[in-house]
Design a protein around this ligand. Structure first.
Ligand code: GDP
Length: 434
């Protein structure tokens, strides 16, 4: 999908624009409860076109030295990952040397760059922005962080410039699996281990998305496509050890995938970055399998595995019906099992429950445990269907959907899981008026 990166010096107003873009969307679409919004990337849409937004300035900068480095990284990230780059400057501070340097770097990329002059507070007297023409652009956009005015004009342009894709996915219809995780968790080792086990590779197409590699595996009775981001088998030129990069690099392959294998380092445990990847996969409604890797390094006692599993389930929160396997990519312990489980999750994610079966199973459950009455009003669920979406979504028709509260939705989801088996698969449950 298209990625729009917002680049600029600290405090020019990047986050304000970022938040504005996300809020529009989240208010309308993203109602997934319990998913915390990440500060650095998110989904938006304009004129019905979806895109991902990256706020490249999400990380705070300390000293001037780091500042310089950090900006270079931002720019590199934008150039590497983005479809379009919004370069933001601030009218109150005018055009600075740093602005000019950044713009030079951006201009060398082949990506469309949109110069955006943030007016910060439009209630102030209009400050002249014409000095920004020194950068040699034909056109710039003005925004007001305070009111959001100007956003529409900018987005009209950005979205209409998105490349039209006449690209045909050569792996259409095949299971797509991404191996995601922090740097050094063992992603490359696992990928290579699978390659070793699996000599029967059919294709290795590079550059289907600019720098990800898809490899078609065809064995273990399964055919699937492993999606690599650049820098997994071949280490990337940019700082792969930065949390920021590795998360960003995951975005594209996660979006393209059906199932995300999240690798965790057994010697480090589940950390915030693992949670970011998990949240990303969940938000995108992808199947999830957690692999605790480097299990060979862990000293085991009777309950080590169980405790580890419990600790992860506790940390990942509400949606914790996720397979967790303990593997060693190095010794290849249980890696075929991991593939099998990922394929099971893939199948479950595609699974469609027949309407007759769904009603036959769910209606008696609702009768036995109806939603609590509110203000003396009883809620009656009459009928349910599964939507024809890529991941499971269910609609329950009832007389008073507005009275069905979060705990009951969760109860419904749990019942669906219990009855039909959706381990590792995010489910959406909607209550609607018939
Ligand atoms: P990536 O950055 O996620 O691709 O991680 P790599 O695959 O490059 O692995 C980082 C380091 O961890 C390498 O030195 C690997 O040999 C080591 N490693 C990977 N998997 C395992 C494992 O299961 N057990 C042990 N002991 N080491 C591992």
């Amino acid at each position: 999908s298209n990625i729009v990166a917002i680049v600029g010096r600290p405090n020019v107003g990047k986050s304000t624009l970022f938040n504005r873009l996300l809020e529009r969307r989240e208010a309308i679409v993203d109602s997934t409860a319990g998913v915390t919004r990440d500060r650095h990337y998110g989904k938006s849409d304009w004129n019905g076109v979806d895109f991902t937004v990256i706020d490249t300035g999400g990380y705070d900068v300390g000293t001037d030295d780091i500042f310089e480095q950090e900006i270079r990284k931002q720019v590199q990230l934008a150039v590497d990952e983005a479809t379009s780059i919004i370069f933001m400057v601030n009218v109150e501070e005018g055009l600075t040397d740093t602005d000019q340097e950044i713009f030079e770097l951006l201009r060398k990329s082949n990506k469309p760059v949109y110069l955006v002059v943030n007016k910060v507070d439009s209630s102030k007297e209009e400050l002249p922005a014409t000095e920004f023409y020194q950068l040699g652009v034909e056109k710039y956009f003005t925004l007001s962080s305070a009111t959001g005015s100007g956003t529409g004009e900018l987005l009209d342009q950005v979205v209409s410039d998105f490349p039209t894709t006449d690209y045909k996915d050569p792996f259409e219809g095949l299971p797509k699996i991404t191996i995601a995780g922090r740097p050094n968790v063992g992603k490359s080792t696992l990928t290579n281990a699978l390659l070793d086990v699996e000599r029967n590779i059919v294709t290795d197409i590079a550059g289907t998305t600019r720098d990800s590699i898809q490899t078609l595996y065809n064995k273990f009775g399964h055919e699937f496509v492993l999606v690599d981001t650049a820098g997994m088998r071949r280490k990337s030129k940019v700082n792969e050890d930065l949390e920021f990069y590795s998360v960003m690099r995951s975005i594209r392959s996660i979006e393209y995938s059906d199932v995300v294998i999240i690798m965790v380092d057994a010697t480090l445990g589940w950390e915030s970055q693992d949670m970011n990847i998990f949240g990303l996969a969940q938000k995108n409604r992808k199947g999830i399998v957690i692999l605790v890797n480097k299990w060979d390094l862990v000293e085991k006692e009777t309950n080590t595995m169980r405790d580890f599993e419990a600790a992860i389930k506790h940390k990942i929160g509400q949606f914790n019906d996720v397979p967790i396997l303990f593997v060693s990519a190095l010794t290849k312990q249980r890696i075929l099992k991991a593939v099998e489980v990922a394929m099971q999750v893939y199948e479950d994610r595609k699974k469609k429950i027949k309407t007759s079966k769904l009603n036959e199973v769910m209606l008696p459950i609702f009768e036995g445990t109806p939603p609590p009455a509110i203000k003396g009003k009883y809620i009656k669920i009459k009928y349910c269907v599964q939507l024809p979406t890529p991941s499971p979504q269910f609609v329950f028709f009832c007389n008073l959907p507005q009275y069905v509260k979060e705990p009951y939705k969760r109860f419904t989801e749990n019942q669906l899981r219990k009855e039909f088996g959706f381990t590792g698969v995010p489910i959406e449950v909607y209550f609607r008026q018939k």
